[in-house]
Design a binder for this molecule. Structure first.
Ligand code: NAD
Length: 483
């Protein structure tokens, strides 16, 4: 094992420079698969945040002085640089977050590249409108950047979710301070360097690593921040709304989920069970839209439980850097304990473990893919977000019963419906309270489609033209034509 003094030290990125944190403190980043240290990362302070905010404010003017089409070219170069470094980025993300390399190469990195390319195309298409209000005036709108943005990112998809915030903000002419999750800061630091190399002016994209309670809180309460875009847990999201109220910051919150994957008896059960398994076991269940509740019509309940359990047993768990690995570790010892505790809660509530239910191995934070049967809607494992590889399979009778159960949690991020009946799937799509409904498929996201939820899943939408609206503000202009 390498001693901490041999590990690479990563500083903050402020104003295009790598700077030491004010308190000269660094935290050790662990590989969740081996529990061994992999890097030292700066612990930012409130003073570092203040410096980053001043730099980002000063960068607003020069960034917006660049013609929109040229800004688009810079973002396109940024996207191409990600492609050039895709292998390095994938390895870094896989190591830092314990994500299986094949999945990072197939999803996380391409999605980040695509997101940047998509918003590069938006730069010169952010139009206002001429709105005829009266004959003696020319009245029109322009869309202006909201200003300095704080982007607070979770650890489950650090690169992809980070880019969902960075790309539209840059396209709209905003400047940013990104605060990656304490546990997974490495890809954000690399992205910050690639942005500079692509020609994003110094100070436009700053990366301040460190604790949520220090760096995150300083950003949320800083009067020089105009907008907070946050993805993370509902409890932190609630605090962010309160903290942001001081100067009435714009706030977008993408929070948790307890999504229902609803399988009717007339569905293609093989496809549905396969998708239900990847819907909950992908990324070891650490996915906001994980299909953590599998609702199955009673006539096929036992059949689907068996199919799901068989798929769970066939998953290759282990070293994330190997191509054959399908499931890696959870992100931390704390997360592993939380998940194992929920498994105990499920058992004590009377649900039965069909497969899994234990830690896997003795080092690394691995938990077996777990399927619970005999789950009742009111149980905690059916109501609370576990954020691990634990499926709760719940029986239902008919459409109304399925909708009642699916909509019966405080969350409303996503849902899935499986049926061969075209009328039924559309009735269910209408009945389900969710920001995204997948029909006879599960789990896809695309930057062109709005993404987000309501209730404990947050509010506001990322992606598409919706993000352009949330990173800009319309200004109405009146020009008198009176003689
Ligand atoms: P978290 O809320 O603990 O942390 C998220 C980020 O907030 C981190 O960067 C953290 O440092 C920061 N933070 C923590 N305390 C803060 C504070 N007081 N002020 C400001 N920032 C603070 O969440 P997590 O554990 O990293 O991620 C898991 C959660 O994220 C789950 O609930 C999951 O459902 C949710 N999530 C949602 C989506 C979505 O799109 N809806 C996507 C991914 C994850």
């Amino acid at each position: 094992m390498r001693s901490n003094t041999e590990l690479k030290r990563h500083n903050l990125l402020i104003g295009g420079e790598c700077v030491e944190p004010g308190g000269r403190e660094y935290s050790t980043i662990l590989d969740p698969a081996t529990e061994k240290p992999i890097a030292m990362v700066a612990q930012g302070t409130a003073e570092d945040v203040d410096r980053a905010v001043q730099v980002a404010r000063a960068a607003l003017k020069p960034w917006n002085a660049i013609r929109a089409a040229e800004r688009g070219r810079i973002l396109m170069r940024f996207s191409e640089l990600l492609r050039t470094h895709q292998d390095e980025l994938a390895e870094l993300e896989s190591l830092d977050a314990g994500k299986p390399i094949a999945g990072v190469q197939r999803q996380d990195v391409p999605a980040a590249i695509d997101t940047l390319a998509y918003y590069a195309g938006w730069c010169d298409k952010i139009n206002g409108q001429v709105i005829p209000a009266r004959p003696d005036a020319l009245t029109y709108t322009v869309r202006e950047p909201v200003g300095v943005v704080a982007a607070i990112v979770p650890w489950n998809f650090p690169l992809m979710i980070g880019m969902w915030k960075i790309a539209p903000a840059l396209a709209c002419g905003c400047t940013l301070i990104v605060k990656p999750a304490e546990l997974t800061p490495l890809s954000a630091l690399m992205i910050g360097q690639l942005a500079l190399e692509a020609g994003v002016p110094p100070g436009v994209l700053n990366i301040v690593t460190g604790k949520g309670s220090i760096v995150g809180d300083a950003l949320v309460t800083h009067p020089g921040i105009d907008k907070v875009t946050f993805t993370g847990s509902p409890s932190v999201g609630r605090g962010i709304m309160q903290g942001a109220a001081g100067n009435f910051k714009h706030v977008t919150l993408e929070l948790g989920g307890k999504s229902a994957n609803v399988i009717f008896a007339d569905a293609n059960l093989d496809k549905a069970a396969r998708a239900a398994a990847s819907g909950i076991f992908f990324n070891a269940g650490q996915v906001c839209s994980a299909g953590s509740r599998v609702l199955v019509q009673r006539a096929v309940y036992n059949d689907v439980v068996e199919r799901l359990a068989a798929r769970a047993r066939s998953i290759t768990i282990g070293n994330p850097s190997l191509h054959e690995t399908k499931m890696g570790p959870l992100i931390s010892s704390k997360q592993m304990k939380t998940v194992l505790n929920y498994i105990d809660i499920g058992k004590s509530e009377g649900a039965s473990v069909v497969t899994g239910g234990r830690r896997s191995g003795e080092s690394g934070y691995f938990v077996e893919p777990t399927v619970f049967a005999d789950v009742e809607h009111e149980m905690r494992i059916s109501q609370e977000e576990i954020f691990g590889p634990v499926a709760s399979v719940i029986p239902f009778e008919d459409e109304a019963d399925a909708a009642r159960i699916a909509n019966g949690t405080p969350f409303s991020l996503a849902a899935g419906v499986w049926s061969a009946d075209i009328g039924r799937v559309h009735r269910m799509a209408a009945a389900l309270r969710a920001g995204t409904v997948w029909i006879n498929t599960y789990g896809y996201t695309d930057v062109r489609l709005p993404w987000g939820g309501s209730g404990d899943s947050g509010f506001g939408r990322e992606h598409g033209d919706t993000a352009i609206e949330t990173f800009t503000e319309p200004k109405s202009v009146w020009l008198s034509l009176a003689q």
